[in-house]
Every structure is written in C-alpha cells, then in structure tokens.
Design a binder for this molecule. Structure first.
Ligand code: SF4
Ligand code: SF4
Length: 90
C-alpha cells in the first residue's frame, strides 16, 4: 500500500495534518504530523508532503517523523474532502 497525492485537488484545508497529529500525539499539532501542507496562498498552490515518501519532515526537536500508513488505514486519505490523497494498493 502507498499514498498518492494529487496536488491539484488540495485546497489547503489542513484536515490531514490535524488528524495525523491527533493520531500520533493525541493533540492537534501539525508540527508533529507526518503530513504537512506547504501553502503558497498568493498563488493558490497547496502541496501535501508525506514523510518520508515525498519529503522528510522533522518534529520540533529535529527528529524525523515517519508515516506508518496508520497501520494500514490511512486517516489522512479518509478525511480529505477532495480526494487529494488516495490509497493505492500495490
Ligand atoms: S497515513 Fe497516517 S501516519 Fe501517514 S500521513 Fe496519513 S495520517 Fe499520517
Ligand atoms: S485534507 Fe486534502 S484538501 Fe485538505 S489539506 Fe489535506 S490534502 Fe489538502
């Protein structure tokens, strides 16, 4: 299983970041999420980065954050309202 990201569908709502951090840390803290949405609001561009698959993210202490695909049930894909994140079965 892997995740496929379609940047063109992302509207920057941040739900994926929130649900990921909630699952990982039991708090709404996107700085500890394994997915981060880069926002270029002036250009209307939003780019979800999933660590380590599409870029490596670090937590505030500088440690790598690694997506574990939620143990087989990716929550970010589940909550994304625009199907910008999809589960692909290999
Ligand atoms: S699959 Fe789970 S751990 Fe990976 S980025 Fe999505 S919510 Fe976070
Ligand atoms: S939940 Fe979907 S639309 Fe919202 S920021 Fe994440 S990838 Fe983009």
């Amino acid at each position: 299983m892997r995740l496929s990201v379609d940047h063109g569908r992302c509207d920057g709502c941040s739900l994926c970041e929130l649900i990921c951090s909630l699952r990982r840390t039991r708090s709404f803290n996107p700085s500890r999420s394994a997915i981060r949405v880069l926002k270029r609001e002036s250009r209307g561009i939003y780019i979800p980065i999933i660590s380590p698959f599409t870029g490596l993210l670090l937590d505030p202490e500088g440690k790598p954050i690694l997506c574990d695909l939620c143990g087989g049930n990716p929550k970010c894909a589940e909550v994304c309202p625009n199907e910008a994140i999809r589960v692909v079965e290999d």
